[in-house]
Design a protein around this ligand. Sequence first.
Ligand code: IFM
Length: 783
Amino acid sequence: MTIMDYKRGSGEFLNWVVTESAFDSRYLGKCESIFCQGNGYMGLRAALEEQYVGETRGMFVTGTFNKFDDGEVSELPNFPDITKLMISIGGHPFGMDRGTIKNYERTLNLKNGEVTRSFHWTCDKGDEFEFRFRRMVSMENEHVIAAAVEITPVTEDIQIEIESGIDGTVTNTGSQHFSEGAKRIYENRFLEMISETTQSHVLAAVHAAHKIFTDGKPAEVTLLPIIDRRVIRIRYTVNVKKGSTLRFEKISAVHTTRDLKYDGWKEDDAREDMKLRAGQLLMDICEKGYDRLLKESERKWEKVWNKQEVKISSRNDFDQLALRFAIYHLNIMVKKDDSRVGIGAKALSGEGYKGHSFWDTEIFILPYFMLTQSETARTLLEYRYKCLKGARRKAIENGYEGAMYPWESAWIEDGEVTPLWGAADVVTGETLKILTGLIEQHITADVAYAVWQYYIISRDEDFMERYGYEIILDTAKFWTSRLEWDEEKGCYGIKDVIGPDEYKEHVDNNAYTNHLAFYNMKLASKLICELKAEKPVVYTRFQEQFDLEELGERLTECIHKLYCPLPEKETGIIPQFDGFFDLKSIDLTKYKKSSVVGTIYNDYNMEQINSFQVLKQGDVVVLLYLLDDLFSEEIKRKNYLYYEERTLHDSSLSKATHSVLANDLGLKEEAYHFFEGACCIDLGTEMKSSNSGIHSASVGGIWQAAVMGFGGVRVTSGQLRINPSLPEEWNELEYRIVWRNSTLVVTVTRDEVKILNQGKEVTVIVGKKELLISEGAAIVESI
Ligand code: IFM
């Protein structure tokens, strides 16, 4: 069952619009999430204006975390709602579940970020109306949201009532993060609600104003201000003639004392300044009105698309749309200039994962920013630098040294914020402990890996000297303290972890974790030598902090003696962890076929799943992708085939990586199948899986599957390789990447690749050839 339609865009909007083609109140969550609008500062779920049972209204402002009580962890609070409108027509409440609806269409226009909804409504009495709703979150001014509603009575003159305001009763599934605060209505059209998060004391100012027209002229209205507990609104009543159009505009502004501007300010000054500015901004934007605000925002989107577009000529138009969908979300999920905040696993589109950042950012999302917007990638890595304090605390709390990154991150000072308790065990009924915060430790190496990738791509020395070296050294130091001597094997190992595959807990020597830890330590060891030889001032600075001589020696010992699982002689398969091959194999057909994830839990509990050769998501496969030159193609192929057969792809992170690796191995059909699968994680026919928000890592993965996979981009051994290979379905792919400050426009056809260098001279490896492309020049190579 799907009510999504991806073929409605035409002309200049061909493959630019995502459409909901019918209203079905059972599936409100899907479009609330995937039609989410935002600008990195805030995200607004696309809950409908009128209310329905099952809706989840949500507005999240980045970095405003609050802890509901001592038993909970910091989460992004749901801000007072400004989207709800209560509309009455002829004295009867309006809702699409009453009367009949024709020509229903709700679209997200990826080109300009606008969401529109239109339909023809016949009420129970038989009167007919045309409705059109529009909404935008400004890309021009991060504080601004605007909405417009047009209602045209078709058959009768009618009285229309609209109640609109600010609703502070919203919660995060019951947790109320704001105190009630102050509220007022002034000049009969401006509304203000100032509330404060209960524990973190972030002051939030939400403002709204209304403008009402009939047929383009200010309407004659009667109004009634309503102030209630946690709610302020105004009820407007207008008589509208048959054939005339009532237009109701709502212009809103959101500010907080956490805004970047107030970083380092005295609290009282920030509060006063914020209130003043917020009020002033409201006057300005109200004056501009919806259409001008939309125009301004559109211009910003145009710039984004001019730089970021990936063009695909495919037999399936959906591929192009899905890529744009991914790029749209990637550009609204991150506040590009604020290094105090990370990216949530559901971005700012829902309550899922409480707004926390995971390895999703470093491994799945950052490659997009590293290769297209270096400054944003740097900001995101600076966030990890600022999180070092919490990471060091976590290391000490767990009996280690150095920096042990939290599995889930929120405030930079927080340290670990993974909740302790999760779902219930299907067999025992007991609440399950979430172990990832304790033993899913590869994230520490993932952060170091990302720092180095960023440096290779950008050659940003300044970043390395201020932040990068310190992250790599301190994470490597953590691993030296984390290794355990294994008498039997006569080497170091890493025991009791969860690898990327979260269907396996308490495992020893997870291949991914050990290899990445090795990578992290080897890199640190190499950098210590390089710093000593080439950057003595930087070396001296870190010498004081780390005792580099001693750390260097420890690293050498650990690198030489760490056990890293290798392919078995007879089979060529790398054991995912000690004893993986001894686990029982079960028939996975039923689960693999299921369109819903996690169905294995209907039959088995975690203890049982732990004892089977079944993977939730890629594990060894991700290792083969990241450390691309570690194993031969033959080994990669054997491992890909072995592990894919046992993988349920129950995590949204899984399919994109499988697509890239399959393409590397020439398994073209599979690569395309997994690419489509990744695209369908949010856009597919499964109508409930995005309810708690879009899957940020998956949208990063879609971009990677196109550019790193079919587009063939890989950054290995400090060099850029471009070895593209298109799937049967595609005729052409064009993308842009930035390599060492030079923009490369890469156009791939079935038999050749053209690389146009819009910047300074660069070297690129295509096939086996190392090619120098001078400034402004282009090369064409057969593939
Ligand atoms: O980080 C992922 C993890 O790999 C699988 N579970 C969900 C997390 C957040 O997306």
